[in-house]
Design a binder for this molecule. Structure first.
Ligand SMILES: Cc1cc2nc3c(=O)[nH]c(=O)nc-3n(C[C@H](O)[C@H](O)[C@H](O)COP(=O)(O)OP(=O)(O)OC[C@H]3O[C@@H](n4cnc5c(N)ncnc54)[C@H](O)[C@@H]3O)c2cc1C
Ligand code: FES
Length: 330
């Protein structure tokens, strides 16, 4: 058994061959994570002393990062005591994940390849989540991650925006077989993509495709609790290939007085006079200073990596960039 110390003075123990993230959870300590499969980098951790080895394949870190003491806490186990330079999120009181039955309440196409799915949970389930978190939806032996797209804490209904992936096992179910009242299961809430609410002036949301889902949930949370953001300027850039893929109307997204929304298309579209290109490049043209900003980015992995590099080069503090990468959750 090894001892793991965090920079805030807390510590926990990790059994032989136990994954660091699991050991932290077992001790009631919340560390940053998203995909749980070594693909998204959310759980990247720096070891100030001690060593680790991977039990699950790390698919993203470079050799240079590894030789500088970085590892993925969803993949690695310690081979000695560790001292880690990571944030402990326990003070945010993230709700404990549960596994619950869930019935399909409604299915509504939102664009040619996005379906809005509402699941109904047992009324007494007491399911709660932070806006921005996701759940695993379970059908038989297939489990896929989907971000909760609404924020309605007193209702037993949770909504998702689900994209169709060619040849996708769960996509085939959603787009060809799913019907009202089908019985599924969910496990959640999961992930640490939620609004931190620190003392910053600018809140910037970057989304591509269905990556708008957790951001829509955060915006609904702000609409219910406007005081949280009353002294902040909120900027949202949402990117897609064509305008028909922007499946939420700008009126629905901008009911917050201090939210400025810019849709961005990456392909030439007829009659489009708005922004073209990638959300992160458009953002750099709109905002010059990022020293008072917190950025929440969700969707495509390439956008997230590129946005983080670009914004950090332009003055954003690394620890003010939060992301949920919609990597393949197989
Ligand atoms: C934290 C998290 C949150 C997510 N939230 C959402 C969400 O709100 N809405 C949503 O539509 N999806 C979301 N995803 C992605 C989702 O979990 C599935 O990966 C996706 O729906 C495909 O599942 P599938 O069974 O249809 O395809 P699979 O059978 O898993 O894969 C079929 C094919 O599609 C490719 N593929 C699968 N997933 C992706 C992907 N994400 N990007 C690129 N190629 C892919 C695979 O490589 C494979 O070739 C999220 C993923 C994560 C990790
Ligand atoms: S890489 Fe560890 S949570 Fe995604």
């Amino acid at each position: 058994m090894f001892k793991i110390d965090l920079r805030n003075g807390k510590s926990f123990t990790c059994d032989l061959d136990e994954i660091v993230l699991d050991a932290a959870k077992r001790s009631g300590i919340s560390l940053e994570y998203s995909c749980l499969s070594g693909r998204c980098r959310s759980c990247i951790s720096k070891s100030l002393s001690g060593a680790t080895r991977d039990l699950q394949k790390d698919l993203v870190l470079t050799e240079e990062e590894k030789s500088n003491g970085y590892f993925l806490s969803c993949c690695a186990t310690p081979t000695s005591d560790l001292r880690l330079d990571v944030e402990d999120l326990s003070n945010y009181n993230l709700p404990k994940p549960k596994t619950l039955p869930a019935k399909i309440d409604s299915l509504k196409p939102r664009s040619k390849d996005v379906l809005e799915v509402v699941l109904r949970l047992p009324p007494q389930s007491g399911f709660s989540y932070k806006a921005g978190q996701y759940v695993k939806i379970i059908r038989g032996s297939v489990r896929r991650s989907y971000s909760i797209a609404n924020f309605s804490p007193n209702s037993a209904k949770i909504m998702f925006y689900i994209k169709s992936y060619l040849g996708g096992e769960m996509s085939r179910y959603w787009f060809e077989k799913a019907k009202i009242n089908d019985l599924l299961r969910i496990e959640g809430p999961l992930g640490t993509f939620f609004f931190r609410g620190d003392d910053v002036k600018d809140i910037i949301f970057l989304a591509t495709g269905t990556g708008i889902a957790p951001i829509n949930s955060m915006i609904e949370h702000f609409k219910l609790n406007p005081h949280i953001v009353s002294n902040k300027q909120i900027t949202l850039l949402w990117g897609s290939r064509v305008k028909e893929d922007l499946f939420i109307s700008s009126t629905d997204l901008t009911q917050l007085i201090n939210l400025e929304y810019t849709p961005v298309l990456s392909r030439q579209n007829d009659n489009w006079e708005g922004e073209m290109g990638y959300v992160q490049d458009v953002l750099i043209k709109k905002i010059e200073k990022f020293d008072q900003a917190q950025v929440y980015a969700c969707g495509n992995d390439n956008m997230i990596t590129s946005a983080k590099n670009l914004l950090v080069q332009n003055g954003l503090a690394k620890n003010n960039f939060f992301s949920d990468s919609f990597v393949c959750s197989k």
